[in-house]
Design a protein around this ligand. Structure first.
Ligand code: F0G
Length: 443
């Protein structure tokens, strides 16, 4: 199959997807408005008819779109999500796609972070470079495209802040009213500001994220609002492209490990599905191991891993990494499958370890929000335990931008002795500069 014959129009007319319940096996067509199974409430999964091109030909198709993106590609080619549309939502017509565009995030290497983590070859996939500054935009472009396809009257989500900011941005672009439920307190200023500025209706609920999600599910059932939390199967399809894009950036050579922070487990599930499909389609010949990292105060999945997921766990979550302050993860079953399929690992790290990693990531000029730094803290823990070898190649996914949580960034640095707490006079400022210069040159 030559690359040229796979035009977007022919792909759209040839391919369809099926939505299947992972629990009871019920099937729905790809224009379903359900986010969960109507029969049993189970999680739905999207299955695509396999593209005709496989292996090298499919890589070449994706690579050709990347090469064409800046000057003669379609709008979809310019998106780091829709470039992989055969594996996202092949039947979406170009006019249905709600794209910023998103994705195309950098894969960077910084010596200081690798040496902190204790491995020689560590790369950082910085998803904070998405339009609303977190990885959520990749799932949201797919979910709002689906919302447009089904003619949704409104969209809703529960959120620790990033999903709500992303939903607000994409709903604004699609012209669909958006409702978000966030836990009172504990959502960072940057995320609240984005959500309101993009024009979503925000409800601050007395309760935590898990309470918000329960209410969002109930409200969407009762009021016919399209639910776009990561249990929505189309969100998962979009988020798979973090893995597809990083594999493409590595020339389709798998790393040994991919590490990511884990909260509601939507991303862990998406990464597992991406790797399963990439392997089945011959995009890669070896499956990297997934490392899902939780904050110790919100680590039911790490506890589950220690007894081979014998039982599903719930905890009352507490961590300063507010994005992953989640005690009852919705995508549990799918994430278990992802860890099993990739011979992966799950680990919990303390808030102190998360912030130690964040300071190193920030100080090398890359920066990330606290939860994101868990993906580096987890690699360090596994390297110390000898589970990740020094020679192994690791990609840590930074899920959100430093400016998502400016208070956390300031607290980490001012407490570390950089910057003056109080404003200074002109003379004091000069004396301060001189003192800092003298002490740093004498080091
Ligand atoms: N990192 C960041 C920055 C996040 O915002 C989240 C989740 C995660 C990691 C964890 O991903 O839930 O798929 O395991 N944030 C959600 C939100 C819950 O509402 O923004 P997950």
């Amino acid at each position: 199959m030559s690359v040229q014959t796979l035009t977007p129009a022919s792909i759209a007319s040839e391919q369809r997807s099926t939505v299947r319940c992972a629990s009871c096996g019920a099937t729905l067509d790809d224009r379903t408005a359900r986010a969960t199974c109507a029969n049993c409430g189970g999680l739905l999964a999207v299955e695509h008819v396999a593209p005709k091109a496989k292996g090298v030909a499919l890589r070449e198709l994706f690579d050709a779109r990347l090469g064409a993106a800046s000057y003669r590609g379609s709008a979809a080619d310019r998106s780091g999500v829709w470039r992989f549309r055969e594996l996202v939502l092949p039947a979406a017509r170009p006019e249905e796609i709600v794209s910023h565009p998103e994705g195309n995030t950098p894969l960077v290497a910084r010596e200081a972070v690798a040496s902190f983590a204790g491995v020689n070859a560590l790369r950082l996939k910085h998803e904070g470079h998405n339009p609303s500054a977190s990885f959520k935009d990749r799932g949201m472009t797919a979910a709002l495209t689906q919302a447009r396809r089904i003619g949704a009257r409104a969209v809703a989500c529960a959120s620790t802040g990033n999903t709500s900011a992303s939903l607000a941005a994409y709903a604004a672009q699609a012209g669909i009213p958006a409702f978000v439920l966030v836990p009172e307190g504990r959502v960072s200023t940057g995320k609240l500001a984005q959500t309101l500025a993009y024009g979503a209706h925000m409800i601050r609920l007395r309760g935590d994220f898990d309470d918000c999600l329960e209410l969002a599910r109930e409200a969407s059932e009762r009021l016919g609002i399209y639910l776009v939390n990561s249990l929505n199967p189309f969100r998962v399809e979009g988020q798979k492209t973090i893995v597809l894009e990083l594999l493409q950036q590595l020339g389709w050579e798998s790393p040994d490990w991919i590490a990511l922070p884990a909260g509601n487990l939507g991303n862990t599930a998406a990464f597992g599905k991406a790797l399963r499909e990439a392997h089945a389609l011959g995009l890669i010949d070896r499956v990297p191991r997934l490392l899902a990292v939780q904050a110790a105060g919100a680590a039911p999945f790490a506890a589950g891993f220690s007894d081979d997921f014998a039982t599903r766990r719930r905890v009352r979550a507490e961590t300063a990494a507010t994005a992953i302050r989640i005690g009852d993860p919705a995508s549990w079953d799918r994430a278990v499958e992802a860890i099993r399929f990739t011979a992966g690992h799950v680990v919990a790290v303390s808030d102190a370890e998360i912030f130690a990693a964040k300071r190193v990531i920030d100080a090398c000029g890359v920066g990330c929000e606290p939860a994101s730094a868990a993906s580096v803290a987890g690699v360090r823990t596994l390297a110390e335990r000898g589970i990740i070898g020094r020679e192994e190649r690791v990609v840590s996914v930074l899920t959100g931008h430093l400016l998502k949580d400016p208070d956390a960034a300031l607290a980490a640095r001012v407490a570390g002795g950089l910057g003056s707490d109080e404003p200074l006079t002109r003379d004091e400022a000069l004396a301060h500069l001189e003192r800092v210069l003298t002490s740093s040159s004498s080091r």
